[in-house]
Write a protein that binds this ligand. Structure first.
Ligand code: HPA
Length: 265
């Protein structure tokens, strides 16, 4: 039985404790090996991959995004539920709220954004009008509502290069451009998932108000603290989503490159 669902855990989400019958698996990719934990939930097989490594040892700008997505594709994954810690620029999105981001503004500077570098695989221009799978977002939204959690159905995520936090002036600019939230990891992860014709949605958890809005200097500790405080809810939300998810669903994301993606093979 192949693994059709994956969870990519962000900051504060390192432990696949919502899964049963765990096993570890190493997957070889052209970009290096990845290690995932595979388990079961609601009769479905699920792969778990902590984006920053098990002990948060890999910073956002050094994550091997291509290996992660390629490795999940090799396992047969069709749907990815990612988690991200975010700062908020939008006073309506408060600490502890979940947001199912629907758009991004890319302010990263030095990453590899594509599997298609010319050569054998050619040149592909992938549509990202709606980068986060609307169907998967809807399922997560309904699961959050079912659980009675505070959830926003949409939001624009500004992706910064990190690992530093932002200046107050940068945050002011991002707010003027329409950003709601700021984080360091969603790009290029979501784009590579689309190139690999996988559904991808992110559960963003607001951990702090962004620089210049927060009355205090920002710390990684406050981010981790909020993620820890909300870890039970996040775990429940992921579990309920997986329970409600049809792993054989084949939506538009899975034909984004005309169903021609040879990635992960
Ligand atoms: N900025 C960038 N990334 C973040 C933040 C922030 O304020 N909070 C959590 N991740």
């Amino acid at each position: 039985m192949s693994v059709k669902i994956a969870v990519i855990g962000g900051t504060g989400v390192y432990d696949p404790k919502m899964l049963n019958n765990l096993s570890r698996e190493k997957v070889a990719t052209p970009y290096g090996d990845i290690e995932v934990t595979i388990g079961e939930l609601s009769g479905k097989r699920v792969a778990f991959l902590p984006r920053h490594g098990a002990g948060h040892t890999v910073p956002p700008h050094l994550i091997n995004y291509r290996a992660n997505i390629w490795g999940l594709k090799t396992l047969g994954v069709k749907q990815i539920i990612a988690t991200t810690a975010v700062g908020s620029l939008n006073l309506n999105m408060k600490g502890g709220d979940f947001v199912l981001i629907d758009q991004f503004l890319d302010f990263t500077k030095n990453r590899i954004y594509t599997f298609y570098d010319g050569g054998e695989r050619g040149v592909i221009h992938t549509d990202v009008t709606e980068p986060y799978c609307p169907e998967l977002r809807k399922i997560i939204y309904n699961a959050a509502k079912e659980l009675g959690y505070t959830v926003h159905p949409a939001g624009t995520y500004v992706c910064t290069e990190g690992p530093r936090f932002e200046t107050a002036a940068e945050i002011k600019m991002f707010a003027k451009l329409g950003g709601d939230l700021v984080g360091m990891t969603s790009v290029p992860e979501v784009v590579l998932a689309r190139e690999a014709e996988m559904c991808y949605a992110s559960i963003s958890l607001v951990t702090n108000y962004a620089a210049g809005i927060s009355p205090n200097p920002l710390t990684h500790e406050e981010v981790v603290e909020m993620m820890t405080a909300k870890s039970e809810q996040l775990k429940n939300l992921i579990a309920k989503t997986i329970e409600n998810l049809d792993p054989d669903r084949n939506c538009w994301c899975q034909r984004a490159v005309s169903g021609q993606s040879q990635l992960g093979k």
